[in-house]
Design a protein around this ligand. Structure first.
Ligand code: CO
Ligand code: ZN
Length: 335
């Protein structure tokens, strides 16, 4: 599992350029000959395990926050627009990598810089080692996309790197797609695009699939570091069952079903209330005339930085819980 996460986090895939992630995932899940695999116009990668029962959609997003070149100055420095929600203090003097493989570092206008008032991204630039505009233009152009570059830190049970949001979810979905699902449910494993810029891939794929039950796998914040804000989620205490975030309130039948399934299978879990942020489940819930939708979250520290940190036990238990859920006969649950 760790090696799948490692392989997927190393890939650069800012929103709208998820191809490299999708290629890697497709290669992994192709081994299961029972899956019908396709990609749609939004770039979503959809793998279906056909069945005659209820339609279940499980989604994890492939995209990551990133940087788009919007101007190249005469000395070869790149001004950029951010793609998705980036905390400016996380990116100064950090490394980036373009989808083409070109690498660079984010600098900041030092004349006015001080650590008390973190400057906005328009006071920053990407330095790709070019000495002139012409030299830079050989490497990038307007619209070129980059993501953060980071090393994978293995602390045993805990791992830390960029883009656990949401490659950890993708890795869990890969595991599920490769496992033998003992149920008649019609299961769609959906690797979505453009989550970080507005849940756009999930919106169109949910419309196309029209599921009876939908689950997003994503990361959530924790309240377990020194002097952190109050949040009832910790690393290592189990996958989190979402109750509410800033985009959705999960309906009681969904929470009850998730809790019940965890308890029956002796899987530890936590209940999550996240006050800032949402997931693909927000748009899956309001698809067409409404869908029972929920989220299984991986508790993660330092989200949207290049040092996102999670616990492998939560990841493994999350997969177990999801597998038990999709093996339940949902028609008997009234879903
Ligand atoms: Co995110
Ligand atoms: Zn996410």
């Amino acid at each position: 599992m760790k090696s799948i996460i490692r392989d997927l986090t190393e890939i650069i895939g800012p929103s709208s350029y998820e191809e490299l992630v999708a290629d890697a995932i497709e290669k992994m899940i192709k081994k299961n000959k029972n899956l019908e695999i396709k990609r749609d116009v939004m770039g979503n990668l959809i793998a279906r395990k056909r069945g005659g029962g209820k339609k279940i959609m499980i989604a994890a997003h492939m995209d990551e926050i990133g940087f788009m070149v919007k101007h190249i100055d005469k000395n070869g420095f790149l001004r950029f627009a951010v793609v998705g929600g980036i905390f400016n203090h996380n990116i100064i003097e950090n490394h980036v990598k373009f989808t083409s493989g070109v690498e660079g570092v984010i600098g900041v206008e030092s004349k006015t810089f001080n650590w008390k008032d973190i400057p906005s991204a328009d006071k920053m630039f990407i330095d790709i080692g070019a000495k002139s505009k012409a030299e830079a233009e050989k490497l990038v152009s307007i619209g070129s996309l980059a993501g953060m570059k980071a090393t994978f830190v293995d602390m045993g049970k805990r791992i830390s790197t960029k883009t656990l949001d949401d490659r950890v979810g993708c890795a869990m979905l890969v595991k599920l797609a490769l496992s033998e699902i003992k149920s008649n449910n019609d299961v769609y494993f959906v690797f979505t695009t453009q989550e970080e810029v507005g849940l756009r891939g999930a919106k169109t794929s949910a419309f196309g699939i029209s599921p009876d039950f939908a689950v997003a796998i994503d990361v959530t914040d924790t309240g377990d570091t020194p002097e952190s804000h109050v949040m009832e989620v910790s690393l290592g205490k189990g996958p989190a069952i979402k109750v509410m975030d800033s985009g959705m309130v999960v309906r009681k039948p969904v929470i009850d079903f998730m809790k019940e399934t965890a308890e029956k299978n002796k899987i530890p879990y936590q209940l999550e209330i996240l006050t800032a942020g949402s997931t693909d489940a927000m748009v899956m819930q309001t698809n067409k005339d409404g869908v029972l939708a929920g989220v299984i979250s991986v508790p993660t520290r330092y989200i949207h930085s290049q040092a996102e940190t999670c616990d492998m036990d939560d990841v493994e238990n999350g997969v177990k819980l999801l597998k038990a859920m999709i093996e339940t006969d949902l028609s008997k649950k009234g879903f």
